[in-house]
Design a protein around this ligand. Structure first.
Ligand SMILES: NC(=O)c1ccc[n+]([C@@H]2O[C@H](COP(=O)([O-])OP(=O)(O)OC[C@H]3O[C@@H](n4cnc5c(N)ncnc54)[C@H](O)[C@@H]3O)[C@@H](O)[C@H]2O)c1
Ligand SMILES: Nc1nc(=O)c(N)c(NC[C@H](O)[C@H](O)[C@H](O)COP(=O)(O)O)[nH]1
Length: 221
């Protein structure tokens, strides 16, 4: 069994989730409240290591609650043990799991860093390289994370789609165009070769929040 995964993200109308410089303040205030309500509802929240390095997010429900018990378990997918020790995700506001690769664990080069991380987080290893997402989701489910919010970024979102691990999408489309070959889109990675291989979606809800449009889809595999 694996966790039920809800991808939540905000993109510009031209499909970017950050500018070429990594700036990603896209959602309006009402959408951010929606995101934090969702963080409060789910058991876990997962991001890729680049999102931690670029945004230094807290990944708590701090906009809607001060109660630590409302915060989901934070999961960082970090094959090479790059999580900075002063990251907000290592604060004491919620439990954190750092998922690393078996190669990073067995090389011996990261022993000191792993010991330091273990003071603030659980460290779980799966897959030689990169992190084996299927094993990670099994582990999360076995450890009580039945619902998991995926917050990005583009590379991890691709890997999760490739393995058919995303069940639902909640997307904020902001009325903005930023362009840029190097700006991250909702899904990057290697991509499928044909439309036929693409993930089909079923639109189940759509509504406006001020100037933002919220779209909700189920993934059909
Ligand atoms: N607008 C939004 O909703 C939103 C949300 C989150 C992040 N972002 C933006 O996304 C950008 C970061 O995205 P990104 O694509 O560079 O990085 P990412 O956050 O997706 O992290 C990718 C990294 O995760 C690691 N990883 C470990 N195991 C992996 C696996 N099995 N598959 C894939 N990756 C694995 C790799 O080191 C990889 O480079 C930032 O600019 C951030 O601001 C935007
Ligand atoms: N829905 C959404 N709208 C945005 O405009 C935006 N930038 C993100 N991005 C998610 C990403 O993970 C951010 O880093 C956190 O939103 C940082 O916020 P916190 O410190 O965790 O509250 N997500």
């Amino acid at each position: 069994m694996k966790s039920y995964v809800i991808l939540n993200a905000a993109m510009t109308l031209d499909g970017k989730i950050a500018t070429k410089t990594g700036n990603s303040e896209i959602s309006g205030e009402k959408d951010l409240i929606r995101v934090h309500e969702l963080r409060k509802e789910v058991d876990g929240i997962m991001v890729g290591i680049n999102t931690v390095m670029v945004d230094n997010p807290k990944l708590t429900a701090h906009k809607v609650s001060n109660n630590i018990e409302d915060n989901p378990v934070r999961i960082i997918v970090d094959s090479n043990v790059r999580t900075p020790l002063n990251s907000n995700v290592l604060n004491d506001k919620a439990k954190t799991i750092i998922a690393i690769s078996n190669n990073a664990l067995s090389s011996g080069n990261n022993n000191e860093k792993i010991e330091k991380l273990k003071k603030h987080a659980d460290v779980f290893s799966a897959g030689d390289y990169p992190v084996d997402l299927i094993k990670l989701l099994d582990y999360l489910y076995e450890n009580g994370i039945k619902t998991l919010m995926l917050e990005g970024g583009s590379t991890l979102i691709w890997a999760m789609f490739k393995h058919h691990l995303i069940d639902e999408i909640r997307l904020c489309v902001a009325p903005l165009i930023v362009g840029g070959f190097d700006a991250k889109t909702l899904v990057d990675g290697e991509g499928f070769k044909t439309m036929a291989e693409g993930i089909s979606l079923k639109l189940k809800n759509s509504y406006s929040l001020d100037n933002d449009l919220i779209l909700e889809y189920d993934c059909l595999y």
